[in-house]
Design a protein around this ligand. Structure first.
Ligand code: ZN
Ligand code: FE
Length: 255
């Protein structure tokens, strides 16, 4: 089994990504922000699109589905909780389900908060997780449909993935996230190192993702809501982690 992953930019600041099983030729797009960049990536790689795995219903993640499906006749897999808001769905999945892409296999992890039905796809064999708008590098998604508690629980589920798991998120927000995170914990050495690295990546015109869960655990303030330093930094020393998370997320909304 061997997985290849191709990452590319879409729309304003979205990421598109393909995962390809070199043994069977199967290729999945995780979300489809728009059709043209997905087609361009298929052309460059010579891969044929067999599946689209959707994380959530927002337009910047599903806008390209109909055009791609009519061209490639690919299967569209979507979260059960919001399948009615997503075009051309063939299969719905929920927590604990497995999705095959050729011989590659992904576990479905429900991560409500940004939207209520949001899911992530964890390809354990490929050591990669596609997390949509739940977790960003040094950030997390806005809590739009769910509650702060749901989002904190969802982030903890992703944090529990093996440290070596490569995280692919839905947007390039890293520099803005770092600016905010430094306003909370400017003394975090892992965050300062990440700030250096991300600036170099952006200056070089490359991507700031993927990033591993192990790295994010140390540098992402949202994943550190149960660290005493973060609680103290937002004036909530000793408070439960869900309260600290909510405070950090509120501050980011206003930043
Ligand atoms: Zn979204
Ligand atoms: Fe998005």
């Amino acid at each position: 089994m061997s997985a290849e992953i191709r990452l590319f930019r879409c729309l304003q600041d979205n990421y598109g990504v393909l995962i390809h099983d070199s043994e069977t030729g199967a290729t999945a797009a995780i979300d489809a922000p728009e059709a043209a960049p997905v087609e361009a990536a298929l052309k460059e790689t010579g891969w044929k699109l067999t599946d689209i795995l959707v994380t959530h219903h927002h337009h910047d993640h599903v806008g390209g589905i109909e055009a791609l499906k009519s061209k490639y006749k690919c299967r569209v897999v979507a979260p059960a909780g919001e399948a009615t808001k997503i075009p051309a769905v063939d299969e719905t999945v929920r927590e604990g389900d497995k999705v095959s892409v050729g011989k590659l296999s992904a576990n479905v992890i429900e991560t409500p908060g940004h939207t209520l039905g949001h899911i992530a796809y964890w390809f354990h064999g490929a050591k990669a997780a596609f997390v949509g708008d739940t977790l960003f590098s040094i950030g997390c998604g806005r809590v739009i449909e769910g509650t702060m508690d749901q989002m904190w629980d969802s982030l903890k589920k992703l944090r529990d993935l093996p440290d070596e798991t490569a995280i692919y998120c839905g947007h390039e927000y890293t520099l803005a996230n770092i600016k905010f995170a430094l306003s909370i914990e400017g003394g975090n050495a892992a965050l300062l190192a990440r700030a250096d690295e991300a600036k170099k990546q952006i200056d070089a015109g490359t991507f700031t993702i993927p990033v591993t869960i192990g790295e994010e655990k140390k540098a992402n303030t949202f994943l550190r809501a149960d660290a005493p330093e973060v609680a103290a930094a937002v004036g909530l020393a000793g408070a439960p982690a869900n309260k600290v998370f909510a405070e950090v997320r509120e501050r980011k909304n206003k930043f």
